[in-house]
Design a protein around this ligand. Sequence first.
Ligand SMILES: O=P(O)(O)O[C@H]1O[C@H](CO)[C@@H](O)[C@H]1O
Ligand SMILES: [Mn+2]
Ligand SMILES: [Mn+2]
Length: 400
Amino acid sequence: MRAILIVLDSFGLGAARDADVFGDVGADTFGHILEAAALGRADAAGRSGPLNLPNLRSLGLFAAHDEYHGKPGDRRSYTGLYGIAQERSKGKDTPSGHWEMAGVPVMFDWGYFPRTIPCFPKDLTDALIDRGNLPGILGNCHASGTEIIERLGVEHMESGKPILYTSADSVLQIAAHEETFGLDRLYALCDVSRGLVDPLGIGRVIARPFIGTAGQFTRTANRKDLAVPPPEPTLLDQLTAAGRQVISIGKIGDIFAHQGTGEIVKAAGNMALTDATIDAIARAEDGSLVFTNLVDFDQSYGHRRDVAGYARALEEFDARLPDLMARLKDGDIVILSADHGCDPTWEGTDHTREVVPIIAFGPGIPGGPIGERDSFADIGQSITSHLGLPPLAHGKSFLG
Ligand SMILES: O=P(O)(O)O[C@H]1O[C@H](CO)[C@@H](O)[C@H]1O
Ligand SMILES: [Mn+2]
Ligand SMILES: [Mn+2]
């Protein structure tokens, strides 16, 4: 009996009930991709036409979306448990979403940088320039990470000044060229920054290394997130304390500040991360958790507002589900969910406040609706109940 939790990063199923607070009323990551694809507006190399997700459809993904939007489901029965969850945490960021599903909703306010230029306090940038021995900094504004390296990459290479930027999330991001600035130097600078932004309540410092030359800069897989630790023990801490095996795949280790994250497996790209997940299922011990984050949905398609790329990534993931299912043993449960939305048709490049899918399946788990859940914490609570652990402080299990 094992639990496998896979986060399709940013795969929201529609505006949350409190989306007005975020200016996100009407956002719908899945719905807008579906619509665009049906209209032939999500064609790209490797895909065309309506979204083809046969496995996710059978599990109940489309029904979960339909029911939240007041439409009848498309079939009479589904092979998975399916529903949606609202977020209790105040932010629509990655750590909030993941910590909440691991039983710790984030009820405090993160620090954010204002939408001004400069966006960072002078004390902070002065300290960083001094401690990092830098000739200065570039950026100092809200930006999309790919656009800002396009705009400032050459100046960065010539001047040696790193590019600092932020977003609607509680983040300080630092982009620098792996070869001219150096990866280790970028990581060291992020370590210094982590200490400097702690008093400001900033959730993450993110290293954003890139390579290439003018007009051809690309970010590498050496991204590194330095997150503050969760404010209370999570599902992962509980599993670790109980001597259970935890296998964390992709960004999970970083997102939980390596608290209770067990064995860390890194891989670049959704397909390599899915391979790593399937391998982990093959070897995971009884009573363990395999916890995967598929970051491309968010990083490569959601933030980039690339509808066709997002559609293709969903189809690629769907096609791997039979492989994954073939590795399951009696008593296993797989839960597919997301941490927030990032509607690729929405204005700007930030996340969108959305409900997330909860799709659960496994040999011996009967399909059916689990309705609208009022916290992502129901995921963590269902896992404790499934694995026979004491309940977490938050969440209600959706398992009978
Ligand atoms: O535009 P890029 O650099 O991808 O940044 C995005 O990634 C950050 C972390 O997930 C978010 O805060 C968002 O701004
Ligand atoms: Mn995310
Ligand atoms: Mn993101």
